[in-house]
Design a protein around this ligand. Structure first.
Ligand code: BDR
Ligand code: CA
Length: 302
């Protein structure tokens, strides 16, 4: 299968991304690494261990950066709760982290495709510490940014906003980058029908349904969404089957000094700037096949 490393900050949608990456037969999940964003590093790392314990996933986990490259950490406890993964009752985890920093685990796991579903701090640090790794990363598929509006400020999406300097390093790295932003993840809405399909799977599916119920409640009260968007698994799905997520080539710049727009991804879809594309930008999701993929992967694990 496709060799994959998943760098994440679980996080409700990250949790499902872990399950999709581990449960889909076309992927060979080599490592899970964590980064502070949705919650503190300590909490998101505990959550990765909880998810792997609940699903019987036996993959090395390593903790990475506890804060962005230059800015103070901004967590999203309003969306993901005090634990970062509020909702179900997870027992004490039975899987532990491996020794050493996430960057070292990613470095050892290459060559691989890197899927990043949190702030890009670990990935930027990897590319800075080991510039030669740029050649050994097949592709960086990241959930982050937007071709349009944001979700943490009017024009910035949370993963980019938390560490825009790291995101700028990634987009400027020369590694093939695929950006799966809000414009497409907002098509992956966890409808009551999806929740019912998860519940029907058994204990692991019911845990997922409980996660989605909590996530749905915060998205309803915070953003007025009728159903919550399952951002991070869309990036994994793009690796499983590129035909699920249609992309266009474009030049993407991360706003680092905007008066009101820091962390915005400026996606030059119309080629106004005449610059060579530095990314593939997701624009459309095959929603039905996406849910079939997610439900099948969780069913396989459960
Ligand atoms: C992203 O921010 C986090 O809250 C989610 O896990 C996702 O990665 C969406 O903006
Ligand atoms: Ca995330």
């Amino acid at each position: 299968g496709t060799r994959v490393v998943l760098d994440c900050d679980p996080g409700h949608d990250d949790a499902i991304a872990i399950l999709l990456a581990a449960g889909d037969p076309s992927l060979d999940l080599l490592a899970i690494t964590t980064v502070a964003a949705n919650q503190t590093l300590e909490k998101v790392t505990l959550n990765a261990r909880r998810v792997c314990t609940a699903a019987g996933i036996d993959v090395p986990i390593a903790a990475g950066c506890a804060r962005p490259l230059t800015r103070p950490l901004r967590i999203a406890d309003d969306i993901h709760g005090t634990s970062g993964l509020d909702g179900p009752d997870f027992g004490p985890p039975s899987v532990d982290v491996v020794d050493g920093h996430a960057v070292e685990l990613i470095h050892r796991s290459l060559p691989a495709t890197v899927v990043a579903t949190g702030a890009l701090t670990n990935i930027a640090l990897l590319l800075t510490r080991y510039p030669e790794d740029a050649e050994r990363i097949d592709e960086i598929v990241l959930m982050g940014g937007s071709t349009g509006r944001g979700n943490i400020t009017p024009y910035a999406e949370a993963n980019i906003y938390v560490d825009p300097e790291a995101a700028a390093i990634v987009f400027g790295s020369g590694v093939p980058v695929t950006m799966v932003g809000l414009n497409v993840t907002h098509q992956a809405l966890v409808t009551p029908e999806v929740v019912a399909r998860l519940e029907a799977l058994g204990p692991l599916g019911r845990t997922c349904a409980e996660l989605m119920t909590f996530f749905g409640e915060t998205y309803r009260t915070m953003f007025g969404f009728a159903a919550p968007p399952l951002h991070d698994p869309v990036a994994v799905a793009r690796v499983v089957d590129p035909s699920l997520v249609r992309c266009v080539d474009a030049h993407v710049e991360v706003e680092l000094t905007g008066t009101h727009t820091t962390g915005a991804t400026v996606v030059d879809l119309d080629g106004y700037r005449g610059l060579a594309p530095n990314a593939k930008v997701a624009v459309e999701l095959d929603v039905d096949r996406f849910w079939d993929l997610v439900v099948a992967a969780i069913g396989r694990l459960g």
